[in-house]
Design a protein around this ligand. Sequence first.
Ligand SMILES: [Zn+2]
Length: 170
Amino acid sequence: MHALRQRRAMKRLLCQVCGGVTEGRLPGGRRLFLVRAVEGHPVGEGERTASPPLCPPCALDSLRHCPHLRRGHTAALVEEVRPWGVAGLVHHPRTLRRIPTPEPLTLVPYGSPLLDWTLAARIMTTLHGCTPVDVRELTARHAWPRSGEGEGAGRPLPAASKHGTRRHQS
Ligand SMILES: [Zn+2]
């Protein structure tokens, strides 16, 4: 996902697809996270992620349309999301040149002296109080409105609704 949208969604914990609020959508103040997992392992306690949360209908759309997720994913209801740091490009404090690294982005925790020299591309958080969930089961229980659709809860989703049609947040 686009770096600016990622940072905005992660800072305010907005749905990464429709940009709507994810707060209060699920019982117990929990939020739905979907991460790529080729091995299909559950989301671990304190797992780091650069993926912002999703509202349930957008999570289902993502599973349908995202080939990466189709190859393997894991979903969890998360009680607490804590800020961890950033993923970005680290520069040398004296030469201001980019420090070469094996990975395209380096993970830098908040509080690190390197943070001042890092051009952040993504905000990273850690996930706590994680309960594995099946997105298809979760979404089958209700006709969820998308986060962006305040009223109309319980209304069936329009058949033609697609990923990306509601990127109106600015
Ligand atoms: Zn959404």
